[in-house]
Each structure stands twice: as C-alpha cells, then as structure tokens.
Write a protein that binds this ligand. Structure first.
Ligand SMILES: Cc1cc2nc3c(=O)[nH]c(=O)nc-3n(C[C@H](O)[C@H](O)[C@H](O)COP(=O)(O)O)c2cc1C
Length: 60
C-alpha cells in the first residue's frame, strides 16, 4: 500500500486436487506471517477441500 500499488490485497491462489489438477481463483489476502498466508474462506469450498487433501499452493 505504501508503494501505491492498487488493490494490493487481491491475490490469485492456485491449489491442486489429489490428482494434481490445478485451480486458480482470486482472494483477498488478510495477512502474511511466518506461519503462512491468511485469507477468509469456507473449508467446504473447492480450495478448502484441495488444501486439506494436499497443502501445496501458489500465490501471486
Ligand atoms: C475481488 C475478489 C475477491 C475475492 N475474495 C475472496 C475471499 O477473500 N475469500 C473467498 O473465499 N473467495 C473470494 N472470492 C471468490 C473466489 O474468487 C472464488 O470464486 C470462491 O472462493 C470459490 O472458489 P473455489 O470454488 O475455487 O474454492 C473473491 C473474488 C473476487 C473477484
């Protein structure tokens, strides 16, 4: 935000399912800490199920 980037909290999160098929979607990033990335969502969503089964992801 201090650098003047517009919408600095809008990110694309890519998760993969158990077969390795990726899915990308836009999220609002709430925080970044040594523990990882924090965003609000529903554990029963596709991303929630993907990350529960396979906690590998990319964030842009
Ligand atoms: C600008 C924008 C911000 C969004 N922020 C969130 C968010 O913070 N959390 C969330 O669960 N979905 C958010 N969504 C909706 C997701 O992109 C996605 O459609 C939804 O979470 C379902 O994803 P999934 O079925 O792949 O799990 C946002 C969408 C847009 C366009």
């Amino acid at each position: 935000m201090s650098a003047g980037v517009k919408e600095p909290h809008a990110v694309t999160l890519v998760s993969v399912d158990a077969s390795g098929d990726p899915t990308a979607r836009v999220l609002i990033l709430k925080d970044v800490s040594p523990e990882g990335w924090q965003f609000a969502s529903d554990a029963s969503s596709l991303k929630g199920r993907d990350l529960a089964a396979r906690p590998d992801a990319a964030l842009n």
